[in-house]
Design a protein around this ligand. Structure first.
Ligand code: NAP
Ligand code: MG
Length: 405
């Protein structure tokens, strides 16, 4: 074995919860620390630590990304009522991803991790479908009221310059109900548009954007208009030259078209649409664990993570002493994505090269037939296919990586 490769700048590491927390440590111990000399600025975003710090740790982590520019995050629990009971939490803390995205702004790009022996569930998909999810605002930064009874629900904007407030009635309630207020900003939508066009051009793929502007004639229509204006002003010529296009359509039309497309596009989506559709795309590509995810902030910050959650069901099995076969692919790709970006910014090609080798080792492991249970269910059957447990999958990647070093 050769000397360790030095990563020049600190990487912001955000630990997480449940099964992914367990795999996170394994990935670091088996696949990273033996090869890399890196300075990790560690933030524990596990449920207990967030509760203990009144969620300050999440804000500290986001500020650390702002300082160092590149971070990598494990999956974390977004607490609901059950979790409050399970962990004895002080309150239902907000989604850490929501908090971090709110602070960094930006767009989440998700791409399926493609291996030769897994075909997408949708037969027409020949190339991966990339998703660009706006990561700011809407329902992820909302205010909600449980309306107790009869009364008027309103939406009000109060101008800072002392002008007349703008006020509209949402509903005159005759009994109990619910109310929700959401927002977005022109700045954030514009940087979302720029990020998507830049991504499409970089990857040489057409960009589709979809909203529900027929129903939401101001809110969603503003997204549509900002995208179109930005495209016409700054991207149209470059897209023409690259032989790619920008295409706007209604979200329901986009969903129908995606199911019949060949893929090889960036589908730009509003926050909620991207949340839902990226999970569908990931599972159509084999498993939720076969999708990588990066938050690209307009200010040049990058946060890498797996697209899936903490894999709670597997964790409970694990805690019960049962064997698990949980797929660490997306966690590995979160680390390699982060290392490649760090290497690119630091101008350390040896770090990028290591990350490439680790990705290759992971892909080849699955292609050789060694895989976790989620993939064995959906892969093209081969003579050497073998289901391995969580630990042995990572060990198999390590063995392959060794041969490349
Ligand atoms: P999940 O963790 O994504 O898992 C849902 C199911 O997908 C699993 O039960 C499993 O299916 C399969 N799966 C996901 N990842 C897998 C992997 N790596 N290997 C094998 N199978 C995998 O979603 P969840 O169970 O609904 O959510 C659990 C927690 O995660 C929640 O508390 C939620 O708040 C949190 N969450 C966090 C993030 C994030 O931090 N980015 C994102 C989403 C959810 P089978 O059980 O059928 O094997
Ligand atoms: Mg989701």
């Amino acid at each position: 074995m050769t000397d360790k490769i030095t990563v020049k700048t600190p990487i912001v590491e955000m630990d997480g919860d449940e099964m992914t927390r367990i795999m996170w440590a394994m990935v670091k111990d088996d696949l990273l620390h033996p090869y890399l000399d890196m300075d990790l600025e560690y933030y524990d975003l596990g449920m207990e630590a967030r509760d203990k710090s009144d969620d300050q740790i999440t804000i500290d982590a986001a500020n650390a990304i702002i300082k160092h520019k590149v971070g990598v995050k494990c999956a974390t629990i977004t607490p609901n009522a059950d979790r409050v009971k399970e962990y004895g939490l002080k309150k239902q803390w907000k989604s850490p991803n929501g908090t971090i995205r709110g602070m960094l702004d930006g767009t989440v790009f998700r791409v399926p991790i493609v291996v030769k022996n897994i075909q997408p569930a949708v037969r027409s998909w020949k190339k991966p479908i990339h998703i660009g999810r706006h990561a700011y605002g809407d329902v992820y930064k909302n205010q909600e009221i449980r309306v107790p009874g009869k009364g008027k629900g309103e939406i009000v904007f109060t101008p800072e310059d002392g002008g007349e407030p703008i006020r509209q009635t949402i509903q005159n309630f005759s009994g109990p109900g619910i109310l929700q207020g959401i927002h977005n900003t022109d700045d954030s939508i514009l940087s979302f548009a720029k990020a998507c066009f830049a991504y499409g051009l970089d990857q040489k793929i057409s960009v589709w954007f979809s909203t529900k502007d027929t129903i939401s004639k101001t809110y969603d229509a503003t997204f549509r208009d900002i995208f179109q204006k930005e495209f016409d002003a700054n991207w149209k010529n470059r897209f023409d030259q690259a032989g790619i296009e920008y295409f706007y359509t209604l979200i329901d039309d986009a969903v129908a078209r995606v199911m019949k497309s060949e893929g090889g596009i960036l589908w730009a989506t509003k926050n909620y649409d991207g949340d839902v559709m990226s999970d569908m795309l990931a599972s159509a590509n084999g498993s939720l664990a076969m999708m990588s995810s990066v938050l690209v902030s307009p200010n040049g910050y990058f946060e890498y993570e797996a697209a899936h959650g903490t894999v709670q069901r597997h964790y409970y099995k694990h805690m019960n002493g049962e064997e698990t076969s949980t797929n660490s692919m997306a966690l590995v790709f979160a680390w390699t994505g982060c290392l490649k970006k760090r290497g690119e910014l630091d101008n350390t090609p040896e770090v990028v090269d290591f990350a490439d080798k680790l990705e290759q080792a992971a892909l080849e492991t699955v292609e050789s037939g060694i895989m976790t249970g989620d993939l064995l269910l959906v892969c093209d059957k081969g003579p050497n296919d073998r289901k391995v447990n969580t630990v042995d999958f990572i060990r198999a990647i390590r063995e392959r990586l060794e041969t490349k070093m």
